[in-house]
Every structure is written in C-alpha cells, then in structure tokens.
Ligand binder design. Structure first.
Ligand code: SF4
Length: 410
C-alpha cells in the first residue's frame, strides 16, 4: 500500500470551507494574532464561499444528471468531497454533459476507476517538515492549506484537498527557520490547496517574515481563485495592498494560476488579473492538458493566446499525472499530447507559445520535446538528482503511454 492509499470513505471529510479551517490552515491558533481573526471574519468573500455547492441535492439545481450519475456521484464525493463556487457553476452550460468547465468541477462516475496512484511526484520523499517540501536545491514548497474555493476533479493533490490529513504546514515558524537555514533556497512557492484561501492578514504575515530573508529572490503563490472565484481578489482591496507592499521592484511576488480553458477567461477573471498586475505582481499560468477540456490544438492555442491578451504569461502545459481517480478520466496519452501541443504552437506567436510541455515526475520536471520516427525525446528542466540536470534522453514511442514510466528505454 503506498503512502496515500489509506484514503478511504472512512476518513472524515471536514465541512467544506468550515470557518475554523479557513482561519487555521496549517497554523496553530497561537500563531495568529487575535486581530487577524476578527478582521478575517468580516470578509464577505469568505461568507460567499460558505455558500458553495457541496451536496448532490444542491448540484441538481444547476446541472442535469443522469440516473447513473445520481446514484454514483454520492459514492465519489464520500471519498473526495465536492465544492464548487456559485461563480464557477455559472460558467457551466447546464444542458451540455460535455461542458469543459463542468468536467473540471462536477464529480464523475469515472472517478470510481482507481488506476494510478496518489503521490505521483514523490512528495512524501521530499517532505522535510509537515507541509514543507524541498525537492530542488533552490526551491521550497509550502503546503499552506488543504482547502480551495473549489475542488477540481483533476487535482493532483486529490489525496489531501478537503480531507483531514497531516500534510499541511504545521507551525510556520519551523518552516521559516528551515528556509532561513538554507541559503541555497532562492524562492518559496506557497501552495496548497489554494494559497489564497488564507486570510489576507495571514498572507501579509507570511510575506512580512519571508521578505526578511535576504537569500530569497522571489516568492510565489499557487492559486486557482483568480478564475474559480475572482471575488477573492475583487472584493478584498487589502489583499492587493499587501501584494503592493511586498512586491518590490528588486524582489517580485509571482502568482501561478491554472487557467485550463478559454471559458475561464471572463470579465471577472480578467479584472482580477488586472488588479493583481496593477499591484505589482507577475502572473504566470500553468495549464494542465486534460481530456475533454483542452485536448485540441484549437482550444489550447485559443487559451494561450487569450492569456497573453490579458497579461498572463504562459509558463507550462503540464501532462496530467497518473493520479488515482484522475488518470483514466483526464489523462491524454503522451504521443497525442505532443501532437496537440505541436499543432497548437503552429497557431501561436512567440509570446503565446513560450510555455513548455512538461511532466512533473518524481525524478524532476521533464520537458516533453517531441517525436521523431518511433522515438520520443525528453529533457530535464529540473532534476531531483543533480546528475540528471539538463539531461537529454529518449524512449521508445508507445501511443498509449501516459507517463514516463510506461515508456521503454531505447
Ligand atoms: S484549486 Fe488547486 S489544489 Fe485546489 S483542488 Fe483545484 S487544482 Fe487542487
């Protein structure tokens, strides 16, 4: 049994977006000064998230479900909870069972397929403290929360979002000491869950501490709030003030978003991006290649082109990981992915095709370069083992393989 295989129906699923959870993500009560709590409770964006759709009964008010779906979806959400913001639901065409936004948000009977595994990039082995991973020399990853504004059905951290677990950061002070003691670390990625679920003043507290460390060149936040719940940004001027205060000309704050479909680029998400950029933060996007969502050259190209239009930098297109309850539902074979990406690139200008098509593998971040004859070519962009740094290698082409380990050496 692997590290995360123990997730089962028996695990307690906390009330989605339970208020206590929101205020204490990965932090002991004593870590948060009381005035942080009082102010946070007043924020309307949090109240609205408490109104997310989390039950089958509520869901049926928004989308048509088949008899089989009604029967099986409950089984799915007993294991991996459902939570969808009312805003994200409004992007779904309720009559279209193949709507791409619906596919990312609404549980599917396909999630009962348990092929794959939960820890696909070796996160357990890279964990140095609860919620702190150190895989690449220069980067520390903090898992700051296990709650999000929605629970994406394709999430690669499905093993933890919305579930009780001990993977979220414990005491921030310990993480801070670890980073301070590692001068080789030049950047910190605050992720989760969704890092922007943290109360604004907690975000300010993290930035205030981290920006004291002279060896950090930049700090990143991983979030899907911009597109799944733009009110997090639009209704909280204080967040933008915090970003503005800490994103300096000589040390920037970055936001890593995950726009996966052009339908996520709306008036609201565009305005949210605009306000973030105006606060001095740089926005990069990591798309996940998802079956039935963006697996055509036209949609992928349309997405990247429109991201550049609104000021978001295409950064990665990630191969969907072979995560249990995700793999069979969302993963596109590597060879097909290569062809989709190549064709999409052919439709794009220089700025919009800056992204790399890559795999976040336990051995590192591996770029999928392309196919020649009956071989596929790869290159390490980041390597866990320094001996793999920048290594170029090939594998025998296999049309059905979805992950590096399924390809034979040649
Ligand atoms: S917002 Fe991110 S962490 Fe949360 S469920 Fe979606 S992909 Fe996973």
């Amino acid at each position: 049994m692997d590290y995360f295989d123990s997730i089962s129906e028996k695990d307690s699923v906390p009330e989605a977006l339970n208020a206590e959870y929101l205020y204490l993500p990965g932090m002991e009560p004593d870590d948060i000064p009381s005035h942080f709590m009082e102010d946070s409770i007043q924020l309307r964006w949090q109240d609205e998230l408490g109104n997310n759709v989390t039950t089958l009964e509520e869901l049926q008010e928004y989308v048509d479900l088949t008899a089989e779906e009604k029967e099986k979806i409950q089984e799915v959400i007993d294991i991996h909870p459902m939570s969808i913001s009312r805003y994200y639901l409004s992007l779904i065409d309720p009559k279209d069972p193949n709507d791409p936004i619906r596919k990312m948000a609404v549980p599917s009977v396909n999630e009962l397929d348990v092929s794959g595994f939960y820890d696909t990039s070796g996160e357990k082995d890279n964990t140095k403290l609860p919620g702190l991973q150190h895989k690449y020399k220069n980067t520390v990853l903090l898992l700051s929360a296990n709650v999000c504004s929605m629970y994406c059905r394709h999430c690669f951290r499905k093993r933890m979002v919305g579930l009780t677990n001990d993977e979220v950061m414990g005491r921030f002070d310990e993480a801070y000491e670890y980073i301070g003691a590692h001068p080789e670390v030049n950047n910190v990625l605050i992720s989760g869950g969704d890092s922007l679920i943290l109360p604004t003043r907690v975000i300010g507290h993290l930035l205030e501490k981290l920006t004291r460390l002279p060896h950090l060149d930049y700090i990143r936040f991983g979030t899907r709030m911009v597109l799944a719940y733009p009110d997090r940004i639009l209704k909280d001027d204080e967040l933008l003030e915090v970003f503005q205060a800490y994103s300096k000309k000589d040390r920037r704050i970055y936001l890593s978003t995950q726009f996966n479909h052009p339908n996520e680029i709306t008036e609201q998400s565009t305005e949210a991006v605009n306000r973030i950029i105006e606060s001095g933060v740089i926005v990069n996007n990591q798309t996940v290649l998802l079956k039935g969502v963006n697996d055509t050259p036209e949609i992928l190209a349309d997405l990247q082109r429109n991201l550049v239009r609104i000021g978001v930098n295409p950064y990665y297109v990630f191969q969907c990981r072979p995560v249990k309850r995700v793999k069979s539902h969302f993963q596109v074979p590597l060879a097909e992915g290569c062809r989709i990406v190549d064709e999409a690139r052919g439709m794009l200008d220089g700025l919009s095709k800056r992204f790399r098509y890559a795999m976040s593998h336990e051995r590192g971040k591996i770029e999928i370069l392309g196919i020649m004859g009956d071989e596929m070519f790869f290159k390490h962009q980041q390597a866990k083992d320094p001996e793999d740094a920048s290594r170029f290698f090939k594998r025998k082409l296999d049309e059905s393989a979805g992950w590096l380990d399924e390809l034979q050496e040649c």
